[in-house]
Design a binder for this molecule. Structure first.
Ligand SMILES: *[C@@H]1O[C@H](CO)[C@@H](O)[C@H](O)[C@H]1NC(C)=O
Ligand SMILES: *[C@@H]1O[C@H](CO)[C@@H](O)[C@H](O)[C@H]1NC(C)=O
Length: 289
């Protein structure tokens, strides 16, 4: 074989290895419908989830991941979306599951959505924080990214960090770092709680409700069982999200997060002393910046 041919083949193989090792693109390749497939649709980088009076719909990733940058562009249900919830999250399975959530709670026309976030570690959640968006999330696609590495979980909206959960495992606060998680999204009827706490019901004359998705990327470490715990934690070039540059937010990113939280945060479980009867969850006493 001519050496140029050999070089070409080597490059080709390493390109394949690069893509299969670090990027899960393309909806049909990386996701499948677990609900309501008959009225939803995916093609290449595009996906639509539909909710009508018969059914909602949902997808899940074929693979599980441990750490990485999980990115999705979403254009939420427009018009009167009250009572609908679009969920976009990662989760492991079992009684001690970990979960990292974005949920978008719809509203009547002209009233703001709520961006609802939560995190479960070892089966325990109750860590809700909520925000109003600073833009109309139904007019365009916006980038909702979960950046998850051994030191922190960061929720990004259009690259602005809105929330962080840092690893305080050595102080007894469980951290999601030993189980693979799948990526899920669904659109469903939650009118018993979503809009003004359940006061506003779905107006079915607006159905079908459609959430549009574009460009899913899981630049993430694939979970292949417990052996992945050390593989995915190691600071290699492939695991770029574990590099020191990502172990904490830069001063600029911290400033952006402060802006969002000062101006758009509407609920923080760590401020809800009534709910926890004064026994606040331990991470509420730890600096998250
Ligand atoms: C989405 O946001 C993440 C986090 O800031 C970023 O790494 C990624 O490049 C963004 N994707 C797009 C398509 O803008
Ligand atoms: C819907 O609009 C009402 C009135 O502006 C507001 O109180 C509420 O937080 C908004 N969002 C949801 C999801 O209820």
């Amino acid at each position: 074989m001519a050496s140029s041919q050999a070089l070409f083949i080597a490059l080709f193989i390493s390109a394949i290895a690069f893509y299969s090792g670090s990027v899960d693109a393309n909806f049909p390749k990386s996701m499948y419908f677990n609900w309501g497939a008959y009225h939803s649709w995916m093609n290449g980088d595009n996906l639509q989830l539909v909710l009508d009076q018969t059914s909602g719909s949902g997808i899940q990733s074929k693979r599980q991941f441990l750490f990485g940058s999980i990115e999705m562009l979403i254009k939420l249900v427009p018009g009167n979306s009250a009572g609908t919830v679009t969920a976009y999250y990662m989760s492991s399975t079992g009684n001690w599951h970990d979960e990292i959530d974005f949920e978008f709670l719809g509203n009547v026309s002209g009233q703001p959505y709520i961006i609802h976030t939560n995190i479960f570690t070892q089966g325990i959640g109750n860590r809700e924080q909520q925000f109003y968006p600073w833009f109309d999330p139904t007019a365009d696609f916006h980038n909702y990214t979960i950046h998850w590495n051994p030191t922190e979980v960061v929720w990004y909206v259009d690259s602005l960090p809105i929330r962080v959960f840092r690893n305080y495992e050595n102080e007894g606060i469980p951290y999601p770092n030993k189980q693979g998680m799948r990526v899920y999204s669904s659109l469903w009827n939650a009118d018993n709680w979503a809009t003004r706490g359940g006061l506003v019901k779905i107006d079915w004359s607006w159905a079908p409700f459609i959430a549009r998705y574009n460009r899913f990327r899981a630049r993430a470490c694939k979970w292949n069982g417990p052996v992945s715990i050390s593989q995915c934690t190691s600071q290699t070039t492939a695991n770029w999200w574990t590099s020191p540059a990502y172990s904490q937010l830069s001063a600029a990113k911290q400033g952006q997060m402060k802006w969002v939280r000062d101006n758009y945060m509407i609920y923080d479980y760590c401020e809800d002393t009534k709910r926890f009867n004064g026994q606040m969850p331990p991470e509420c006493f730890k600096p998250q910046y």
